[in-house]
Design a binder for this molecule. Structure first.
Ligand code: FAD
Length: 469
């Protein structure tokens, strides 16, 4: 009987343990994707990007003599229907680690097993299962550096090959049409503005990795902190949807390290930051929803999203160039340089005293590399409420950070049009991307700071002094 291969955030054919296990049985394979409530709940940009990824995966499977069967509704119900329509005797999938997916998958597994259907989940979205990495006393890690030291010499499995053919059933079950799902509906700027920045699918991801190792990793130690240059791998977009695996990236990084390329170890460390984020999410799922350090619940955050300062932050018109450049970069490209992510997050949570959850949600709506674990860790790190976080009293100065990381102002002039005789195409594209209701124009004067760097710093430190915990 056939095997249902349930795709989720693992949109690839290479290095796919569940697919390889299914192939090894010699049975027909029916790849499926279910648009359930968790898909419907995605933010605008990640949902749109998922739609692109699914279209691409469907083509890749087509080129292997297979197809992707699309169904919507409750995952278990959809799978049960498919089982009765195809006579499938097994369901295989790649494990997910965010709490709502874990809950869903547990229920699906239990129900299938009690119905006598084989149900198997496989590891691969991470290099190290979160429960396998333990402190000496058997606990989980709350601090990155010991986590890194613990895992850095652990073996990472060798990536698996891309299959030649994926054998299907004699009769295919019906499929819904991807276009009918309108996954890009809430992302009006998607096709026109963001699409040129997308690198879609596993071949593109592999090319990105190869290019990074070939041309960028040697300069990565500096390049990763220079938002004006393309000095990083940009692989977060592909890792988020499983178009490439961390194991594939790890082995490429290891080889580069053995070849003596400076920056290669730093790249491995960044991949382990991603693992650490999943480790934290697994062991303390509250990192997604509330202050990881619970005493921070008493901090007088502004939690009002309609607040005028928050609106200015979202719309990239705070009058602080580094912040506005980052926010505009994200709106146009669906991604933002890591240095800018730290600066905009610090400005929101410290200078504007606004709750990190507001920022987390806006990122979730705008990022094509949105990742639940990395986003939550990044926000709580920036706000000071997370484990191993930057302390609240360490307030980034968004003006002097420019002198350090954008000395020639190449980054801010790429993204800010106002006040320039000849604005860059990127800076102008922001104005065609934003809703008219934001009322912004490239030929207007650049705004004065809504909260100046020194004023905001004093305000943040005063709030911290008086926090009462
Ligand atoms: P590279 O520098 O090439 O690094 C390689 C890979 O390592 C990345 O693709 C990523 O998977 C991982 N990595 C690097 N830095 C981090 C980090 N700090 N935390 C976790 N993993 C890391 N990353 C996301 O993938 N999705 C998010 O939604 C996200 N939200 C963030 C929010 C905030 C407030 C902050 C401060 C950081 C966030 N990050 C997020 C982490 C980081 O900014 C991005 O992973 C990085 O900018 C991606 O670019 P790159 O692929 O070129 O990274």
């Amino acid at each position: 009987s056939p095997i249902l291969l349930w795709y989720r955030r693992d949109l690839r054919l290479s290095d796919h343990p569940a697919l390889q296990a299914a192939l090894a049985t010699g049975r027909p394979i029916i790849p499926i994707f279910v648009r359930d409530a968790l898909v419907d709940a995605l933010g605008a940009a990640p949902k749109w990007r998922l739609g692109l990824g699914l279209g691409h995966l469907s083509q890749s499977l087509g080129s292997k003599g297979s197809a992707l069967v699309l169904r919507s509704g409750d995952a278990l119900e959809a799978i049960k229907t498919l089982i009765s329509q195809t006579g499938a005797g097994a369901v295989y999938w790649m494990r997910a680690y965010d709490p709502p997916s874990v809950e869903r998958d547990k229920a699906v597994k239990a129900a299938l097993k009690s119905a006598g259907v084989e149900a198997q989940s496989f590891a691969g979205h991470l290099m190290f299962e979160p429960w396998d990495v333990q402190t000496k006393t058997g606990g989980y890690y709350k601090v990155y550096t010991p986590f890194w030291k613990m895992v850095r010499s652990n073996p990472v499995r060798d990536p698996l090959p891309t299959p030649g053919q994926v054998p299907g059933p004699a009769d295919w079950p019906s499929s819904e049409q991807l276009d009918d799902w309108k996954l890009g509906q809430a992302m009006q700027r998607g096709a026109q503005v963001v699409r040129p920045y997308v690198q879609l699918g596993e071949q593109a991801a592999q090319a990105r990795l190869a290019e990074f190792i070939e041309n960028k990793v040697a300069r990565y130690n500096d390049g990763r902190d220079q938002p004006w240059t393309d000095g990083t791998s940009n692989l977060s977009e592909n890792l988020a949807l499983g178009e490439i695996t961390p194991a594939q990236c790890w082995h490429a990084g290891r080889r580069a390290m053995e070849e003596g390329k400076a920056g290669a170890e730093t790249f491995l460390k960044e991949l382990v930051w991603r693992e650490f984020a999943y480790h934290l999410m697994w062991h303390t799922p509250r990192i997604l929803t509330g202050n990881w350090r619970e005493d921070w619940d008493a901090f007088p955050w502004n939690a009002d999203e309609t607040n005028a300062e928050v609106q200015a932050w979202k719309q990239g018109r705070t009058g602080i160039r580094f912040v506005d450049a980052g926010m505009r970069e994200m709106y146009v490209t669906g991604r933002m340089h890591n240095r800018s992510r730290m600066i905009v997050a610090s400005y929101l949570t410290k200078h504007l005293l606004s709750h990190w959850k507001i920022g987390l949600k806006w990122f979730e709506d705008c990022l094509i590399d949105w990742d639940p674990a990395a986003n939550a860790m990044g926000w709580q790190w920036s706000a000071g409420s997370g484990p191993d976080a930057t302390p609240y009293f360490r307030v980034f100065n968004p003006v002097t950070q420019l002198d350090k990381f954008d000395k020639d102002r190449a980054y801010v002039s790429r993204w800010i049009a106002e006040g320039r005789a000849k604005p860059s195409a990127e800076a102008l594209s922001y104005f065609s991307a934003i809703p008219k209701s934001w009322g912004l124009a490239p030929d207007a004067a650049y705004p004065d700071p809504i909260v100046a760097a020194d004023v905001g710093r004093k305000r943040a430190l005063a709030a911290y002094e008086n926090r009462g915990f």
